[in-house]
Design a protein around this ligand. Structure first.
Ligand code: ADP
Length: 552
């Protein structure tokens, strides 16, 4: 040190404070950038602090464009607004950033206003005096460039250049992470869309297969082989239909397309419905079911059908994953001011490793269920999502292999009603009568199988394979009920329904939409064009008992 220079005790402490401040700024930047969904926004949000600390007034962030052919401007500050439009795209090798990108090395340009280097002429024109550009690299992948610049001095000190390098590294990792998340989300969305389309496309053929198997069941046959083949077909088609429904539900739930019809119900209602639906499965495995109802009604605010669907999944799993002749208990109670439903079995149990992932989509354990594997590993995902939509939680417990399983659903309690609901007398059954039914569906197989089934149930059936023909036939036969497919080429079901409603022959006809689309918006659309009912395919023989005017 030059002895003649007076000692300035402040210098080292100033530097210490400066490096502490910069360290803290780098730390904050890393935290902000590495958790950001959009690093471009975050960088522009961070720049005011960098500007103040590093004494720079300009930054420019280029990213490699989608087809990797050039750089495109992601964000910048300090560049004259009319110049920004001109640098939206930069070729590799062009100016400082294009050169840093092409060579994948940092470039620091100093004394720019006195420089004749062709690379710096672009920024020289903006009045910039020093410019430091770092390539954004992740491994050997180039993601873009990040530059800082100043209009007020001709160079940067080493500490400042080191800071630029560090922050560029953070920005590169942040962009890489954001790209990865975007790709994962896109892939996930495409998977959801694919599943929804697949399930939807399977509904039409299923409708006709299901109706045809019903027809076969209704036709007496003395041949035992034929009878057994028919029963197998009937059983299997029901399994496929359930899988398709589950697939549709899981995609609707993940896309947030399920609307709940909330009302005050009791847990007893939920258990009754779930037990009713799962009883055939429980019985087919020869299990004993013990129901432990709560002494008093437990009220929850819920969608009865959806909540019962969740509990049904648990009961069917208990049946599937318990060797035949097992014991299954289902109970309701109030615990810690919440409604609790428990489904307990003495079956194959769940390993510790599986317990932590059991609610994940498509997750199945290696242990084979008693009746063979016929699920896709989505039932529990649906159940958990449904429970969550009701503000509740679900937990799986097991002491391990062959030690049985317990599923505990906890739901918020609803207040009990002020008055007990009035008991309404049971409706008097309407006697069966044959109806005049017109089926309009462009899919000949679906139309034919539905027609055969409907005829076998004693109704007079007419079929048209398009909207125009349907209207002509309606004028001729004056149907009491029309089953009308929505997705038809040319005049679709909505247009056909509007036209039918204008015909005097159909003024009091019940028109029922048949469709693969069952969301609230679809139902609303059906109502608005004049449909009385909206039925989602595949429909089975139950639809016959739902026809207005029939009770079988
Ligand atoms: P699926 O039953 O169609 O495979 P789920 O999502 O309903 O799909 O269940 C996921 C997995 O969780 C099952 O494959 C099974 O390994 C395990 N599991 C679910 N319920 C039980 C149970 N009661 N006992 C043992 N294992 C179960």
């Amino acid at each position: 040190m030059d002895q003649s220079t007076p000692l300035r005790p402040d210098d080292s402490s100033l530097r210490a404070t400066r490096s502490e401040r910069r360290g803290a700024l780098l730390w904050t930047s890393a935290q902000v950038l590495l958790t950001a969904d959009d690093p471009v926004d975050m960088l522009s949000g961070l720049f005011p602090q960098i500007r103040e600390e590093l004494d720079v007034d300009t930054y420019v962030n280029f990213l490699v464009d989608e087809n990797q052919a050039a750089l495109r401007l992601a964000s910048c500050e300090g560049i004259p607004p009319d110049e920004v439009a001109k640098i939206q795209r930069l070729d590799y090798g062009q100016a400082i950033c294009g050169t840093a990108a092409a060579q994948r090395t940092a470039i620091v340009a100093t004394d720019i206003q006195r420089s004749n280097d062709p690379k710096v002429q672009l920024v020289k024109g903006y009045g910039i005096r020093a410019y430091a550009c770092n390539p954004l690299l992740c491994g050997d992948r180039l993601l873009g460039t990040l530059s800082f610049a100043t209009h007020t001095h001709d160079s940067f000190d080493d500490d400042t250049l080191e800071f630029f390098r560090s922050i560029s590294l953070h920005v590169a990792v942040a962009h890489d992470r954001a790209n990865l998340i975007k790709r994962l989300r896109d892939a996930d969305r495409r998977k959801d869309e694919f599943l929804a389309t697949l399930a939807h496309e399977l509904r039409n053929p299923l409708t006709s297969i299901r109706a045809s198997t019903e027809v076969m069941r209704l036709k007496e046959s003395a041949d035992p082989d034929l009878q057994s083949a028919r029963d197998i077909l009937y059983h299997q088609v029901n399994i496929v239909s359930r899988l398709v429904e589950d697939l549709l539900d899981v995609s609707r739930l993940t896309l947030g397309h399920i609307e709940l019809r909330m009302e005050r119900i009791t847990i007893g209602d939920v258990l009754d419905q779930a037990i009713g639906t799962s009883r055939p499965t429980l019985e087919s495995f020869g299990h004993e079911l013990f129901v432990e109802p709560a002494p008093d009604p437990i009220y929850v605010y819920a969608d009865l059908i959806r909540l019962a669907q969740g509990v049904t999944n648990l009961l069917i799993n208990a049946a599937k994953y318990t060797p035949p002749g097992g014991r299954i208990r289902v109970g309701a109670s109030v615990e810690h001011n919440s409604a609790v439903i428990r489904v307990i079995d003495n079956g194959i149990g769940i390993s510790l490793e599986m317990l932590s992932r059991i609610f994940d989509l498509f997750r199945q354990s290696d242990a084979q269920p008693a009746g063979g594997q016929d699920g896709l590993g989505i039932g529990l995902t649906i159940t958990r999502r449904l429970v969550q939509l009701h503000g509740g939680t679900i937990e799986a417990r097991s002491a391990g292999q062959d030690r049985g399983s317990e599923f505990v659903v906890t739901l918020p309690l609803a207040a009990a009603p002020v008055q007990e609901p009035r008991i309404t007398p049971a409706a008097t059954p309407v006697p069966f009568r044959s109806l005049r039914i017109l089926i309009i569906d462009d899919n000949e197989r679906v139309a034919k199988s539905l027609a055969t089934l409907t005829r076998l149930h004693g109704h007079e059936v007419h079929v048209a394979n398009g909207g125009e023909r349907g209207i002509e036939l309606a004028r001729e036969v004056r149907p009491e009920i029309i089953l009308l497919d929505i997705g038809m080429p040319g005049m679709d079901g909505h247009q056909t329904c509007c036209r039918l409603r204008a015909e005097p022959c159909c003024s009091s006809t019940t028109i029922i939409a048949l469709t693969g689309w069952g969301q609230d918006a679809d139902q609303e659309r059906s109502r608005s064009v004049g449909f009385d009912l909206h039925w989602v395919k595949p429909i089975d023989s139950h639809f016959l008992s739902m026809l207005p005017g029939t009770v079988r």
